[in-house]
Every structure is written in structure tokens, then in C-alpha cells.
Ligand binder design. Sequence first.
Ligand SMILES: NC(=O)c1ccc[n+]([C@@H]2O[C@H](COP(=O)([O-])OP(=O)(O)OC[C@H]3O[C@@H](n4cnc5c(N)ncnc54)[C@H](O)[C@@H]3O)[C@@H](O)[C@H]2O)c1
Length: 270
Amino acid sequence: MTIRDVSSKPLQELISLHGRSAVVTGAAWGLGRATARRLAEAGASVLIADLDETKAAATASELSQEFGGAVLSVKMDAGDPDAIIAAADMAVRELGSLDIWINNAGIPSHVPLFELSNAEFDKVQAINLRGTFVGAREAARRMIAAGQGGVIVNVASLAGVNGIAAGQAAYVASKHGVVGLTRQMAIELAPSDIRVLGIAPGVMLTEKTMFLADVGKDMAQATGIPGIGGGRLGRHGSADDIARAILFCASDMSMFMTGSTLLVDGGVLA
Ligand SMILES: NC(=O)c1ccc[n+]([C@@H]2O[C@H](COP(=O)([O-])OP(=O)(O)OC[C@H]3O[C@@H](n4cnc5c(N)ncnc54)[C@H](O)[C@@H]3O)[C@@H](O)[C@H]2O)c1
């Protein structure tokens, strides 16, 4: 297949997700929640797949009230391949299609190298990296069966393109894996009109990551990258700074892009 040329389409149509269905993993809270919100605002039906069942249901109900579209939720552990498969099946069954899959669920890990156990290392890879792989594979299977193409967006990190502060070996390895997987899956899925993009957030403050304001300062000292503390553009990133970039990737606005990971880091690595 050949990816469509959308050059003649009006802007509102390019950014619109009306008639499309999206799964966002880890969207009960934080960046995922903000992403589900922008996708719903753009007209997509959304399935929030998150370990936190109660908060996922509350977020789904809030978004569906705010935008009037279908926003559903399901309990899903990104470390459990069967749960990911069940969420993908649910999206097709309940939303009618699966056009967009956002691999956002991820966990941090702050353990110094020589205290980092094999079990902790494996846990971080199972959720952050294997969860992304299984999510993308299962989404792509269903997109190919439907024959309409699709978009997969993987949330990596600044830690997916650079080493960061001490204690981040498991996390940095998992996020570098996500960036590599994004490149490779883009190559393998291009013939099926499935685009695969990555987003690499810098330090974004959310309900659960306010502590990063201080971690950022530590990282700035440890890495010698001043902007990592939120200084380059005068503030830390917000969840919506990421959500808008993901909407760009998920929509036809980014039609000629695949395989790349976009830094959304407030200029940290500039
Ligand atoms: N916030 C940042 O500064 C930042 C920076 C770079 C990358 N990221 C990445 O962005 C993504 C979202 O981060 P965030 O800051 O919004 O985190 P967060 O902790 O605020 O939210 C994570 C969400 O994922 C869910 N979750 C946790 N473990 C899960 C699992 N095993 N299965 C399914 N859902 C699970 C949580 O319930 C929550 O809803 C992660 O992949 C993270 O690594 C965040």
C-alpha cells in the first residue's frame, strides 16, 4: 500500500479523529490521561487501559461527559501480555475498530547500579519495553486484519535517547529499547500503512511526578544539562504539552512520518 497524500485536505480535517478509535495505555493519570482527553476532543472513541481500574473508570466517565463521545475503560497490566490482548480485543469489539494505539503505560525506577536486582531490572523491561512491544504487535495485528492502516505512538523519554542521572539504568535501558522498537516496527509495518512514532518527553510535571521538579535539579547537576531542571523555556513541561504532540502523531497531520521519536523536552537537549 502507499500512504495517502493529504496535502489538499483542510486543517480541521487533518487534525480530526472523528470515526477513529484509540487505545491509550496508562491513561487513568498523568500524560496518558491528558492524551486521552485530547484524542477524545479531536473526536476519537477512546479506550483507557490502565492498572488503576477505579481511576481509569472515573477518567473515562469525565472525558465522555466533557466531549460526548465514547470513552471506555478496562483494567490492564502492561506487564501482562494476555491483559494487553484482551484490551485490544475489547477495543475492536466495543469501539468497532482500532485505528490508534498509544503505548504510554510505564513505570519509573530509581535504583543505583550495584543495588539494581535482576528482578527489578526485569520488571521495568516487562512493563516499559515488552508492554510496548506486545501492545504494538497486537494493535498492528488488528489494524492489518481491518485493512485500513493505523498509527502506533510509543511514549519513550529523554532517557530513551540519553543517559541521565545515577540510578536510572533499568529505566534508561527500557526507554532506549522503546526508541529502537519504534524504528524497527516502522520498517516492518510500513507496507501495511501503519505508522509508528515515538515521543520523548523531558521532565513533565503531573499529579504523580511533582517530585521530578527536584529530581530535575539533581539531574541538571549530575548531567551538566542545565535545561533538564526546567530552565530552558522557563518552566517544566505539562501533561498537555505531551498530549498535543501525541495528537499530532496520531492524526493525519504527521502523515509522512514514521520511525522517528520526537523530543518534547522544552529544549533540554538543544
Ligand atoms: N512525567 C514525566 O516527566 C515523563 C518523562 C518522560 C517519560 N515519561 C513516560 O510517560 C509515561 C507516562 O508517565 P506519567 O508521568 O504520566 O506517569 P504517571 O505515573 O502519572 O501515570 C502512569 C499511568 O500508568 C498507569 N500504570 C502504571 N503501571 C501500569 C501497568 N503496569 N499497566 C498499566 N498501567 C499502568 C498508572 O496507573 C497511571 O495511570 C511513562 O511511560 C513514563 O515513563 C514521563
